[in-house]
Design a protein. Structure first.
Length: 269
């Protein structure tokens, strides 16, 4: 009977940079399938043609949730398999939690490059705004295109050989870190922040850490004493070998010359 189809369970949204997936359980048997219906809060229900009478347990709704600042809900309907006729009976369904793309999508990990200025006291971070799954006029939008002035970047930084971390927040994707200690290498990581969001959704994923390199660092800072001692010992050994070989060669040459002189008859006076 139609009403015996199992209902979907554990319905969840997952979304990063507006790439939005609706998922649920369990995997359907050959006797039934799932159809996803979604709508803006208070609006008419729509269907994504990839998610009609499917045996999948996920549906990519990235291109369907076009009103980014609106909130959506979805129903996962348990229906007869594809190709099976139905008599219009209302089938069992499960309603998802509410999802608001602008407020709920997670912001992915940014990337950045470092430029050390000639004064060695300023380092500029060039942050690449993560791209999103949103397209407009054939152009793929970045998180900066969508959040505009609301987007900030939190920078965590420390001296390379220190564990003490400092933090600053910037509104630009080109970040000048000034008044740094000359002759020190620094390590940086970057994280997007949307202050208008609720606290648990404000921060994006943390970037990988990148460190600057100081070409003027003393050798004792770059290499450990053991490495330096090993290098000196190697050089001394090489010099010793060269001296030894030279002495042996000169000694043998001297003996050969002396032997040759003794073997020559005295010239008549």
């Amino acid at each position: 009977a139609d009403h015996s189809y199992p209902r979907a369970q554990n319905v969840t949204w997952s979304s990063t940079n507006f790439k939005t997936i609706l998922s649920w359980e369990p995997k359907p048997s050959v006797d039934y399938s799932y159809t996803v219906e979604f709508s803006v809060a208070g609006g008419d229900r729509q269907r994504n043609h990839h998610c009609i009478r499917s045996n999948a347990t996920m549906c990519d709704l990235s291109v369907s949730l076009t009103e980014l600042k609106s909130c959506y809900s979805a129903d996962i309907v348990s229906e007869p398999p594809l190709g099976t006729t139905s008599d219009g009976t209302e089938f069992p369904h499960t309603t998802s939690p509410r999802f608001c793309p602008y407020q709920d999508t997670e912001i992915g990990r940014p990337t950045f490059n470092l430029t050390v200025h000639e004064d060695k006291k300023t380092i500029t971070l060039h942050v690449t705004d993560p791209l999103t799954a949103v397209f407009k006029d054939g152009h793929q939008l970045s998180i900066r295109d969508i959040f505009s002035d609301e987007l900030q970047y939190k920078v965590l930084y420390r001296k390379q050989k220190s564990t003490g971390t400092k933090m600053q927040t910037f509104s630009s994707s080109v970040i000048a870190m000034t008044n740094l200690d000359k002759g020190e290498s620094y390590c940086f990581s970057v994280q997007a922040q949307i202050p208008s969001r609720r606290s648990e959704k404000q921060f994006g994923q943390m970037s990988a850490t990148k460190c600057s390199h100081n070409d003027e660092e003393p050798i004792l800072k770059v290499y450990s004493p053991a490495v330096i001692a090993g290098g000196i010992l190697f050089i001394l050994i090489v010099i010793g070998l060269i001296i030894t070989i030279t002495v042996i060669y000169c000694s043998q040459k001297g003996k050969a010359q002396k032997s040759g002189a003794e073997g020559c008859p005295l010239r008549d006076v």
